[in-house]
Design a protein around this ligand. Sequence first.
Ligand SMILES: [Zn+2]
Ligand SMILES: [Zn+2]
Length: 339
Amino acid sequence: MRALMLTGDRASVLTDVPVPRPTDGEALVRITMSAVCGSDLPHYRKPAADLGNRLVTVPGHEAVGVVSAAPASAGSSEAGRRVIVYQHAGCGYCDHCVSGAPMFCADRRTLGNHRGGADAEYTVAPVTGLLPVPDDVSDGLAALIACNFGTAYSGFRKTGAGVGDRIAVFGLGPVGCCVVALASASGAEVIAVDPIAGRRELAKTLGAAITIDPADRDPVAEILELTEGRGPEIVIECSANQRAQEQVMQVVRARGTVLLLGANNRMEIDPGLHVIRKELRILGSWVFTLPEYPAILRAARRLPALHSLLGEPFRADEAPAAIAAADAGFVGKALIDWS
Ligand SMILES: [Zn+2]
Ligand SMILES: [Zn+2]
């Protein structure tokens, strides 16, 4: 089968690898759409010597496809069903696994990391991690839901935001844009920050009231001016940019909430200045849990503006160009069509 492979130093190739074989309790899924995640990019940028098992593992954890072969015991995950492949699998028996949160399992195995991933014509996955996709949800939207929208939803719900809140969103990649859509739909007033003009435009389409170019104006001063000098009630960091991470701690109001969604780097916090004397609530959120999936589907179907994030997919033979585009600041979601 055709598969994307990382080769190090911002390079990748489309190559031929064997079709993976399902074992007990696993299904073979023919991928129709995968997508590049911001969390793929730190690995894409590494030299080959630092890639470890990722040098020989198909990347990608945002997978939509059709069940090609399922074990007889699979029940509702029978062959022919359109599914999202949930990115994490666990032991199936620990507290985290039985509560639908296998990402916290001590035996976590993640697509594109500990097991072959989504950027290929086939992948295998435990049937317990196959999430049915309704007919009216396109492959592109399903790929967005599989990681970025699900992540944005789960994080956003943890903030408790609602009508009357001002929410600043730093970083308008696909996760940040999904947060903007959710925050606007909840009735909050959204201030969206990103240096890329196309991303700011997209955020406006998704409901942002105000956008700020941090390369042009100091976002902290600008946001304080917009919020009576006190700062917004909620700030959501989606950029994983160290400068932005410092700015969100400065700009959020006393007794406000910071939600961190941008990962894979280090940030510095002054506990006294930024957290204790502000009595901040700092939240982290990783990926959605399985029990959240039905609500995530309902939310995505109620937000037609999300389609503005989905451009023309890259063809499978253009998969290396898709990840290169995401690395270069692609506006919207970089999708790869394997159908
Ligand atoms: Zn992802
Ligand atoms: Zn477990």
